[in-house]
Design a protein around this ligand. Structure first.
Ligand code: NDP
Ligand code: GDR
Length: 347
């Protein structure tokens, strides 16, 4: 039985990946941060904190900022595969916590690679690094592919740039099987509530049930290549099953504005949005009633923005046989329906 260690197992991708690897017959270990309340909602069905012996996965308390702890866990588990998904992953928050973001996202990656090297596991343990389309930042070429130059635009992206290169360096210096998955935005009903798609679908559901009046957003013009997280975790696994380690872009090859995601989400509850005004005065109006449902709040603007992301996943298609299955329309529907269900469950 192969063993996998997932850092960030309590996050969106970690939850999908854990399920995916269990279905492939892996023994799945996860890293969990201590918290004053139990925060493992996304993997509740896989892990019972009170009765860990009855759980499908094995959890270890740890943190990417704590190297002795990472070395101990690595030694205990001796994993065949490590998926480094843990990160302070919010771009806007990284402007407020740049040092912590660098510590967790950049040095955290180094600490894991060093743990593998110090323990003499370089020939056994394969390493996946959760790299990101944010590396392209101020884009130098469209669509973006593996050879497109990077130009990070946030403390988060700069930290992830270090993580990208240290992964490449350990591959070249120590002959490790280490890969970067350069994943474009991917979403799901498990997406954190402060990322834009989930914020939109959750607020649309709340507006539908009369629990909220308006949706406040930042930059409506930003364009993203949004896919479904469930499709993307398969690509992570495929990257670690090849003969030689390589880096891959994972994307849908379509880009849409935040504005058009808003329209899609409202459409799912039968509301057609019409836009009026410009810049910070732009408003999304319910076409049928004239009610203002969307407003711009500059507090959500970022000091430096990534305006356009569009990925070219041709290499992944050719070498991994990977392609996305879920369209943006299906994704928006899945997320709105899930948020409607959640409100029904709790109200
Ligand atoms: P989430 O924010 O949902 O999950 C992040 C995970 O990292 C959580 O489990 C969190 O734990 C954990 N974590 C944060 N800081 C630490 C730390 N110091 N030590 C240990 N664990 C920590 O992210 P996603 O699932 O969306 O993304 C997974 C990875 O992929 C991230 O690295 C992200 O940067 C990257 N990425 C994501 C993309 C996306 O569109 N989703 C696209 C490209 C890359 P806790 O639950 O305790 O907070
Ligand atoms: P991103 O995702 O920054 O691309 O990073 P996010 O959903 O936060 O923003 C996408 C775009 O929407 C604009 N936007 C808003 N964003 C948020 N969060 N809240 C708002 O109210 C809002 N209004 C407009 C943003 O300005 C931005 O342009 C995600 C994370 O998962 C990273 O970890 C990952 O690396 C990248 O995707 C790929």
């Amino acid at each position: 039985m192969k063993k996998a260690l997932i850092t960030g197992i309590t996050g969106q991708d970690g939850a999908y990946l854990a399920e995916f690897l269990l279905n492939k017959g892996y023994e799945v270990h996860g890293l969990q941060r201590r918290s004053s309340i139990i925060r493992i909602d996304r993997i509740n069905h896989l892990y019972d904190e009170e009765n860990p012996q009855d759980s499908k996965i094995i959890m270890h308390y740890g943190d990417l900022t704590d190297s002795t702890n990472l070395i101990r866990i690595m030694q205990e588990v001796q994993p065949d595969e490590v998926y480094n998904l843990a990160a302070q992953s919010h771009v806007k928050v990284s402007f407020e916590t740049p040092e912590y973001t660098a510590n967790a996202d950049a040095l955290g990656t180094l600490r894991l690679l060093e743990a593998i090297r110090i323990l003499g596991l370089t020939n056994k343990t394969r390493f996946y690094q959760a790299s990101t389309s944010e590396l392209y930042g101020l884009v130098q070429e469209t669509p973006q592919k593996e050879t497109t130059p990077f130009y990070p635009r946030s403390p988060y992206a700069v930290a992830k740039l270090y993580a990208y290169w240290i992964t490449v360096n350990y591959r070249e210096a120590y002959n490790m099987y280490a890969c970067n998955g350069i994943l474009f935005n991917h979403e799901s009903p498990l997406r954190g509530e402060t990322f834009v798609t989930r914020k939109i679908t959750r607020t649309v559901a709340r507006i539908k049930y009369g629990l909220q009046d308006k949706l406040y957003l930042g930059n409506l013009d930003a364009k993203r290549d949004w896919g479904f997280a469930g499709d993307y975790v398969e690509a992570m696994w495929l990257m670690l099953q090849q003969e030689k380690p390589e880096d891959f872009v994972i994307a849908t090859g379509e880009t849409h504005t935040v504005r058009s995601f808003v329209e899609l989400a409202f459409k799912e509850v039968g509301i057609e949005i019409e836009w009026q005004g410009q810049g910070i005065d732009e408003k999304g109006i319910n076409k049928a009633t004239g009610e203002v449902l969307v407003e711009v709040d500059p507090k959500y603007f970022r000091p430096t923005e990534v305006d356009l992301l569009l990925g070219d996943a041709t290499k992944a298609k050719e070498k991994l046989g990977w392609k996305p299955k879920v369209s943006l329309q299906e994704l928006a529907k899945m997320m709105v329906q899930s948020d409607l269900q959640e409100i029904k469950r709790f109200n």
